[in-house]
Design a binder for this molecule. Structure first.
Ligand code: GDP
Length: 332
């Protein structure tokens, strides 16, 4: 059985990827950090087939030790401080984990290596946030980077060092430049889940308003379940390379709010929404729209869930979740 090692296993993408790789017949190992990590406890219950190993992207010896146990064919580096807003207030931690963590993982792979005939293949979770103040539209693998947050800067380092180790040491190392990808497992701090959860709670009478930052920025939102397949496909090619993964459609935060409220039958969403500057960021990424032609042509990858279906599945999930928590029965 092929063996995969995933950092960030307790996050949205880690869970989707673990499920997918398990369905493909992989032995799945996941790295978890910290003591008494509640997300690790939950993962053990939900995915008993995943073997968890302790480790931290800020601690090279722990990465080496984890790889020694896992002996993976493939390493997926999804671990990061991943919330852009938090990266402004914890910039050094973000640089260390999200940026330098990639370097440490690459060094650990060089040390463990895998067998000569079967070297370890590495996937780095790069991000559309690297494009930041975009230099062209749509953004491709060749678009120059102009990050707008400590998170974006750290991701640029992670991306560049992955390319550098591929070129310097011949590692099989790929970077997936993934545009925003969402789903029911998205953390509540991200705008999609915050909005779908609020729409559900307002519909159920559990919440009376939704306090937002800007409604003007635009994102290319896809479904996380589709995007983890692109990660895997990248590591199945003859040669390592970098790929943009995106839907090619962009929508504003306002459209997201409108769509989510429409999903619960509320047309006049403005009466529930208030804006507060505390959610504004020191610098913004105004507009992202990706061109995934290379992934379509070379990987045969295409997204299956569009924006409307994504919002709909997230709102439905939040309605069920919130109704269950509050002991409300939903009319069928
Ligand atoms: P990001 O693209 O990785 O920063 O993903 P987010 O989901 O955190 O934010 C997407 C966009 O939504 C950004 O332009 C935010 O400024 C904007 N936004 C507006 N209001 C909010 C809010 O209340 N929470 C979050 N997370 N983002 C918001």
């Amino acid at each position: 059985m092929p063996r995969a090692f995933i950092t960030g296993i307790t996050g949205q993408d880690g869970q989707h990827l673990a499920e997918f790789l398990h369905s493909q017949g992989y032995d799945v190992y996941g790295m978890v950090k910290g003591q008494s990590n509640p997300r690790a406890t939950q993962l053990i219950e939900e995915m008993p087939y995943v073997e968890l190993l302790p480790g931290d992207l800020a601690d090279l010896p722990s990465l080496v030790a984890a790889l020694e146990v896992a002996q993976p064919d493939e390493v997926y580096n999804l671990g990061a401080i991943s919330f852009v807003a938090l990266s402004f207030s914890q910039a050094e931690l973000t640089a260390n984990t999200t940026g330098l963590g990639v370097l440490r993982m690459l060094e650990a792979i060089r040390m463990i290596g895998g067998t000569q005939n079967n070297p370890i293949r590495f996937y780095q979770a790069s991000s559309s946030e690297m494009f930041g103040k975009v230099r062209e539209m749509p953004q491709t693998e060749k678009t120059p980077f102009h990050p707008r947050s400590p998170y974006g800067c750290a991701k640029v380092f992670g991306h560049d060092i992955t390319v550098n180790y591929r070129e310097s040491y011949g590692l099989y190392a790929c970077s997936g430049i993934l545009f925003n990808h969402e789903g029911p497992r998205r953390g509540i701090e991200f705008v999609t889940r915050k909005v779908t959860n609020a729409a559900a709670r307002i519909k159920l009478g559990l919440q009376h308003e939704l306090v937002m930052g800007t409604l003007d920025t635009k994102r290319d939102w896809g479904y996380a379940g589709d995007y983890v397949k692109a990660m895997w496909l990248m590591l199945q090619q003859d040669e390592p390379d970098d790929f943009v993964v995106a839907t090619g459609e962009t929508h504003s935060i306002e459209e997201l709010v409108q769509r989510a409220f429409a999903e619960v039958g509320i047309d006049d969403w403005r009466q529930f929404v208030r804006q507060d500057p505390k959610f504004y960021r020191p610098a913004e990424v105004d507009l992202l729209i990706g061109d995934a032609t290379k992934a379509h042509e070379q990987l045969g990858w295409k997204p299956e869930v569009n924006f409307e279906d994504l919002v709909s599945l997230m709102v439905k999930n939040d309605l069920e979740l919130e109704a269950k928590k509050a002991g409300i029965s939903l009319a069928t």
